[in-house]
Design a protein around this ligand. Structure first.
Ligand code: AVJ
Length: 312
């Protein structure tokens, strides 16, 4: 691999800062350790979590169009590549792609994905980068010299605040260059019941995924969270048009992390994730604010999900 994973020190600093703030928050990027990444893949197969299968079907039907003017020798760069499942739809439709750069925060997820991909695409040059794509990372010069097709699926963009999303899309534009395009998947606003169910599945996988963050803190930072004293909560924030995941303390308690005491009131929550839902218009405005314009878009029927092709 070509980059160090998030260091323990950065994790500890962010956790202590987030849990000392009011309201308490933790960054969703820390949900994706090896167990969290595996749980997320399982969530994608639940009947309630519609985004993955909806976006997959949409990409399958749009792949030939997306591919139609990609120049020979292009490089596909994916941000948050996980298991690289959707990537295959683009690779299959776009033989012009010469190399695939996979940027992924979970070393475990990306090494599994790359083993399968190099086996199935023997002619493709595959370059995994274990990195947080919001931080600087290096793409080798011989790949950067080619036309870049950025791929940012899964509505990962929805995990960022508006300002965070604008900064990120700006930095991706600088990184990918003036001849590039960026294919982005974004979940759309829909009825509240469907949204809430998607983030609180019957099987309890989303709850386990959320609570794994506390177990990760216990494991990696020597925390003493009692997981049974926290409840998973998914909420629709209508004003902000986003789903929020929280972990709610079921009683007054004090938790210790690397020697630092963290006090919880009964009912106090840790806000662990935002999942912004867009409209065609709100996404267009976001892209414009970050220096991109929407060239083409594809939108599924119910449940509504969108794929946007952005050009600088
Ligand atoms: C992959 C980050 C887009 O926000 O829907 C799934 C993560 N969180 N269930 C999302 C997630 C809870 C997912 N993203």
């Amino acid at each position: 691999m070509h980059q160090l994973p998030t260091t323990r020190m950065a994790f500890e600093r962010d956790v202590i800062a987030g849990l000392s703030a009011r309201p308490k928050t933790l960054s969703p990027k820390y949900l994706y350790d090896a167990r969290g990444s595996a749980l997320f893949e399982e969530i994608c197969h639940t009947p309630e979590y519609y985004p993955t299968r909806t976006e997959t079907a949409l990409l399958r039907s749009a792949a030939a169009e997306i591919a139609d003017d990609v120049p020979t020798g292009s490089v596909l760069v994916e941000f948050g590549s996980g298991a690289s499942t959707k990537t295959r739809l683009l690779l299959d439709a776009t033989p012009q792609i010469h190399a695939y750069v996979a940027v992924e925060i979970s070393a475990d997820a990306v090494s599994r994905a790359m083993a399968r991909l190099t086996h199935d695409y023997p002619d493709l040059l595959v370059h995994p980068i274990v990195a947080d794509f919001t931080e600087p990372f290096d793409i080798p010069d011989h790949l950067l010299a080619r036309v870049q097709v950025g791929f940012f699926p899964g509505s990962t963009i929805g995990n960022f605040s508006r300002e965070g999303a604008i900064d990120l899309l700006h930095s991706l534009r600088d990184r990918l260059g003036p001849a590039s395009r960026l294919v982005v998947g974004a979940d759309l606003v829909k009825n509240e019941e469907a949204l809430l169910a998607a983030y609180d599945d019957e099987e309890g996988l989303t709850s386990s995924f959320n609570k794994n963050l506390l177990q990760r803190i216990n494991r990696e930072l020597g925390g003493d969270f009692d997981i049974s004293l926290f409840a998973h909560s998914a909420r629709w924030n209508a004003r902000e048009q986003r789903i929020e995941m929280h972990l709610v303390s079921l009683q007054e308690q004090t938790v210790h992390i690397a020697g630092t005491p963290i006090a919880f009131a009964a009912g106090e929550s840790i806000h662990t994730e935002n999942s912004q839902k867009f409209t065609g218009e709100s996404f267009r405005a976001l892209a414009r604010a970050a220096g991109w314009s929407v060239r083409r878009s594809w939108i599924s029927d119910n449940p509504a999900f969108a794929v946007f092709e952005l050009c600088p």
